[in-house]
Design a protein around this ligand. Structure first.
Ligand code: COA
Ligand code: AMP
Length: 623
C-alpha cells in the first residue's frame, strides 16, 4: 500500500483500519469495535477487547517459538557488565517479580512507582506490573527526592521499587536515601519499598516495609497474567507542564499495544529477531515505548544501555554497541549525536567498528537541527530520520513512513503525519492556515490509539490543557508549519516548556523553586540556545530591597537550590541578577519577549510594555 492510501484509510475508514492492526496481536478477547467517541471528542480504543500486554510482549513469543531468542541485552560500560535475557528468561523473571508484588497485595489498578537506574530490573518491574494489571509510574532517576515525593503523592502507590544505587560517569549515586527522603516528605506512605541491591553500593533496609528484591523473589512463586480491558491504564508517566505540578499522562493498554506494534512496522520497519538500540532512559516516554514495550511486542531484541554517548569510555560507544550486537535501528536524541560530534568530529572512532547491520538512525526529543543531521549522515553513511512526538502521544506523530514507503528526507522536517494523526496548522483563532506559514500545530480529534487518555486524577486539567484552546482539536504545544508537499516542520514549543539535552523541563517549575529563596523578589527562567544540549535554562532574578549577598554567592545558592529540589538533570547553571524584567503595565512578566531575546529573534514589543528600555539591558546580559 502507498502512504497516501494508508493515511487516507486510517482517517476515512477508521474502524476497519485499526481493527486490522489490532488483529496482529494476541488478545484474550478480540475487540469488536475500534473507536468509541467520548463526549470530550477523544476516544476509547478497542473498548470491549481484553488483553494482557506483558503476555503479548513475552509469553506469546515464548509460546510461539521465540523462547530462546534474545529479548533484552543489558550493556553497562559504567559497571563493566554485559548480560542477555532470552524471551523465556525474561518472562520467568517478570513472572517471579510479579509474584513478589502480588505477595505484597499489589493487584489490578494499584499503582507502583519505579525509581530506578538503567538496569534490566527496571524493565522487569514495569512488565511485572503490567502482568498483574497494576499501573506503573516510572520516575526518572535524575530527579531529586522532592520531585519523587510530588509524584508519590499524586500516584499514591502501594509499593515503590528502586535499586540501591545508580551509576553515572565516575560517580555512584545511592538511591535508597533519596527514596527515604521522598517518602518522609510525601503525605502518602507506600506500604513497601522493594530494593534491588547492586554491588556498587549496598542499601541499608532499615525502614518499616523495606524489602530486599533478591532475597524476597527467592521465596515466591511466579504470578499468572491478569486479563484487563483495553481501556485499563497501563501506566502513568509524569511530564513537565507549564506549572510546577507535573502532569500524569495516563496511557491505556490496548490502544497503546496496537499503536506500538503498528509503529514498529511502519516507522522503524523492525522485523521479529532484529535488534533495536534506543539510547534513552526508561524514565522517559522514549524508554517506555521503544526500550521496553515496542521492541518486545514486535518480537525483536532490545538493548538497555547504562552509559552515555561519550565518556563511557569514549565517543565510539554507540558504534561499539551497534557493531557488537548487530543493531538494525539506532534511536537517540540529537543532543547525543552532537556530543559525539564534539569529541570525534571526523568520526574516526567509527572506523573501528563494523556497522554493516545498521540500517537506519532515528532521532527525536528535540528538533533535529540540519547540521547534526548532515554530520550524522555523512560520517555513518546511513539514512538519518527525524521524527516528532511527545510523552502525550506515546508514539510518533510525524515520521518518515519507511515501513510503508520511504519518502525523501528534508532536513529540518519530521516528514509526514503518521496514519491516524490528522495534523493541522492553526492560527490563534483556530483557523487552518496556508502552507509554509507558521502556526500552532494541532491534531484533529479523535487522537489515534496509543495517545494519552487523561491526566491522572485531573480530567479537568486534561481538558483545559489540551482540548480547550481549539475546539475539536488536541493542542500539541508546539509551533510549526507544513510545506507544499505536506512535510511538517516543528519549530519549538509555544509555552514555557523547554528541552534540555532531550529532557523536557518546565521553566515555571524552576521559577517556583527560585522564588522560594528569601533574597528573590521576582524571577523568570528562560531556555537559551546551547550548541550541545539544544537549550539550557537561564534564571533572571531581581533581588529584594536590602539584600546584601553578592550576585555570585546568590547565584551559586540558587543553582544548588534547583539541583536539590528538581535534580541535576535540570541543568540550571546560570543565574543573572538583573535590575528589571520586561513587564506589562499591570505587572505581568513578558515571557514571550524574553524567549525572543534568548533566541536572538527580532523582539515584537507589545504596546502594553511598561519600560521597553530593559529589553536591551537583558539582551546585553544574556550575550
Ligand atoms: N541519575 C542521576 N543523575 C543523572 C541521571 C540519572 N539517571 N541522568 C543524568 N544525571 C545527571 C548527570 O550526571 C549530570 O550531572 P552533573 O551536572 O553533576 O554532571 C546532570 O544530571 C545532567 O545530565 P545530562 O543532561 O544527561 O548531561 P551530561 O553532561 O551528563 O550528558 C549528554 C550530556 C548529551 C551526553 C546526555 O544528556 C545524553 O546522552 N542525552 C541523550 C539523550 C537522552 O537520553 N534523551 C532522552 C530522550 S530521547
Ligand atoms: P517529551 O514529552 O519529553 O517527549 O517532549 C516532547 C516535546 O519535545 C515536543 O512537544 C517537542 O517540543 C519536542 N520534540 C520532540 N521530538 C521533536 C522533533 N523531532 N522535532 C522537534 N521537536 C521535538
Amino acid at each position: 500500500m502507498s502512504y497516501p492510501r494508508e493515511y487516507e484509510s486510517s482517517l476515512q475508514r477508521t474502524e476497519a483500519f485499526w481493527l486490522k492492526q489490532a488483529g496482529q496481536l494476541h488478545w484474550f478477547k478480540e475487540p469488536s469495535k475500534a473507536c468509541q467517541l467520548k463526549a470530550n471528542g477523544t476516544a476509547d480504543w478497542f473498548a470491549d477487547g481484553e488483553l494482557n500486554v506483558s503476555f503479548m510482549a513475552l509469553d506469546y513469543h515464548v509460546d510461539n517459538g521465540r523462547g530462546d531468542q534474545i529479548a533484552l541485552i543489558y550493556d553497562s560500560p559504567v559497571t563493566e557488565t554485559k548480560q542477555q535475557y532470552t524471551y523465556l528468561q525474561l518472562r520467568d523473571e517478570v513472572a517471579l517479580f510479579a509474584g513478589l508484588l502480588k505477595k505484597h497485595h499489589v493487584k489490578k489498578g494499584d499503582r507502583v512507582v519505579i525509581y530506578m537506574p538503567m538496569i534490566p530490573q527496571a524493565a522487569i518491574a514495569m512488565l511485572a506490573c503490567a502482568r498483574l494489571g497494576a499501573i506503573h509510574s516510572v520516575v526518572f532517576g535524575g530527579f531529586a527526592p522532592h520531585e519523587l515525593a510530588v509524584r508519590i503523592d499524586d500516584a499514591t502507590p502501594k509499593v515503590v521499587v528502586t535499586a540501591s544505587c545508580g551509576v553515572e560517569v565516575n560517580r555512584v549515586i545511592p538511591y535508597k536515601p533519596m527514596v527515604d527522603k521522598a517518602i518522609a516528605e510525601a503525605v502518602h506512605k507506600p506500604a513497601n519499598v522493594m530494593v534491588y541491591q547492586r554491588e556498587q553500593c549496598h542499601a541499608d533496609l532499615t525502614q518499616p516495609g523495606d524489602l530486599d528484591w533478591q532475597a524476597e523473589v527467592a521465596k515466591v512463586t511466579p504470578a499468572e497474567c491478569t486479563v484487563v480491558p483495553s481501556t485499563h491504564p497501563l501506566y502513568v508517566l509524569y511530564t513537565s507542564g507549564t506549572t510546577g505540578k507535573p502532569k500524569g499522562v495516563v496511557r491505556d493498554t490496548g490502544g497503546y499495544a496496537v499503536a506500538l506494534k503498528y509503529s514498529m512496522q511502519t516507522v522503524y520497519d523492525i522485523k521479529p529477531g532484529q535488534v533495536m538500540f534506543t539510547a534513552s532512559d526508561v524514565g522517559w516516554v522514549v524508554g517506555h515505548s521503544y526500550i521496553v514495550y515496542g521492541p518486545l511486542l514486535a518480537g525483536a531484541t532490545t538493548i538497555l544501555y547504562e552509559g552515555k554517548p561519550v565518556r563511557t569510555p569514549d565517543a565510539g560507544a554507540f558504534w561499539r554497541i551497534c557493531s557488537e550486537y548487530k543493531v538494525a535501528v539506532l534511536f537517540s536524541a540529537p543532543t547525543a549525536f552532537r556530543a559525539v560530534k564534539k569529541e570525534d568530529p571526523e568520526g574516526k572512532l567509527l572506523e573501528q567498528y563494523d556497522l554493516s547491520s545498521l540500517e537506519r538512525i532515528y532521532m527525536a526529543g528535540e528538533r533535529l537541527d540540519p547540521p547534526t543531521y548532515e554530520w550524522t549522515t555523512e560520517v555513518t553513511g546511513k539514512p538519518v530520520y527525524d521524527h516528532w512526538w511527545q510523552t502525550e502521544s506515546g508514539w510518533p506523530i510525524c515520521a518518515n513512513p519507511v515501513g510503508i514507503a520511504e519518502h525523501p528526507i528534508k532536513p529540518g522536517s519530521a516528514t509526514l503525519p503518521m496514519p491516524g494523526y490528522d495534523v493541522r496548522i492553526l492560527d490563534y483563532k483556530g483557523q487552518e492556515i496556508a502552507a509554509n506559514e507558521q502556526g500552532a500545530v494541532a491534531i484533529k480529534l479523535p487522537l489515534p490509539p496509543g495517545c494519552l487518555t487523561t491526566i491522572w486524577n485531573d480530567e479537568a486539567r486534561f481538558v483545559s490543557g489540551y482540548l480547550r484552546e481549539f475546539d475539536g482539536y488536541y493542542s500539541t504545544g508546539d509551533g510549526g508549519y507544513k510545506d507544499d508537499d505536506g512535510y511538517v516542520f516543528i519549530m519549538g514549543r509555544t509555552d514555557d516548556v523547554i528541552n534540555v539535552a532531550g529532557h523536557r523541563l518546565s521553566t515555571g517549575e524552576m521559577e517556583e523553586v527560585l522564588a522560594k529563596d528569601t533574597a528573590v523578589a521576582e524571577c523568570a527562567v528562560i531556555g537559551v540556545q546551547d550548541s550541545l544540549k539544544g537549550q539550557v535554562p537561564v534564571g533572571l532574578v531581581i533581588t529584594k530591597d536590602g539584600v546584601t549577598i553578592s550576585d555570585d554567592e546568590l547565584s551559586s545558592r540558587l543553582v544548588q537550590l534547583v539541583r536539590d529540589e528538581i535534580g541535576a538533570v535540570a541543568c540550571l547553571k546560570k543565574i543573572l541578577v538583573v535590575p528589571r524584567l520586561p513587564k506589562t503595565r499591570s505587572g505581568k512578566i513578558l515571557r514571550r519577549v524574553l524567549r525572543q531575546i534568548a533566541d536572538g529573534e527580532e523582539v515584537v514589543v507589545p504596546s502594553t510594555i511598561d519600560d521597553p528600555t530593559c529589553i536591551d539591558e537583558i539582551r546585553e546580559r544574556l550575550s
